[in-house]
Ligand binder design. Structure first.
Ligand SMILES: C[S@@+](CC[C@H](N)C(=O)[O-])C[C@H]1O[C@@H](n2cnc3c(N)ncnc32)[C@H](O)[C@@H]1O
Length: 169
């Protein structure tokens, strides 16, 4: 149980300070609900769209929505790219889903103009930046910022990468 809290739940909570407190957020590849369910519980005024292609995982996410009484959660079954053009959100989160260049390709088109990707990544994310930069330039996005994000004092920091939808001209 301790590891579930420190490795997964507190780790997921590290994105919350970088998210809007109203509007909507899409969590790509939510899986068991990380970080999406944690975000929804911590930001009750934000509509959280959990995007997940696998049926069994979507059933779990819908069950968690009911059990935890998270009326601000909507489960969307499908791959992120299937929702391009269907809606726009203020921020996109993802954890353990894909490399930075792929996350940029599938996540940026879901953002409105001032939105940003707020990604939980591993310590080696700097290595993914050169490949991602080409995609970011092509899509008109801004420079990625890599942050060491604290969670709570006894739990190790984690890495959050922020990418603004629009680059400066
Ligand atoms: C390794 S799991 C991580 C789950 C969760 N985010 C976590 O941190 O525990 C990756 C998830 O991404 C989903 N996935 C893979 N490609 C995707 C895509 N193109 N769009 C949305 N979800 C995707 C998979 O179905 C899987 O549930």
């Amino acid at each position: 149980m301790d590891r579930i809290w420190s490795r997964h739940i507190y780790n997921s909570a590290a994105v919350v300070p970088y998210l809007p407190t109203t509007g909507s957020v899409a969590d790509l590849g939510s899986g068991a609900g990380l970080p999406g369910i944690v975000v929804a519980a911590m930001l009750p005024a934000v509509e959280v769209l959990l995007i997940e292609p696998m049926e069994r995982r979507c059933a779990w996410l819908s069950e968690m929505r009911e059990v935890l009484e998270l009326s601000n959660v909507e489960v969307k079954r499908g791959r992120a790219e299937e929702f391009h053009g269907a809606f726009e959100v203020e921020a996109v989160t993802a954890r353990a889903v894909a490399s930075l260049d792929k996350l940029a390709r599938i996540g940026l088109p879901l953002l409105g103009g001032e939105g940003e990707l707020v990604l939980l990544k591993g310590r080696n994310v700097e290595r993914e930046i050169p490949a991602a930069r080409k995609v970011l330039r092509r899509l008109g996005a801004g420079e990625p910022t890599v942050l060491r994000a604290p969670t709570i004092p006894v739990v190790e920091d984690t890495v959050v990468v922020r990418v603004p939808r629009r680059g400066s001209v």
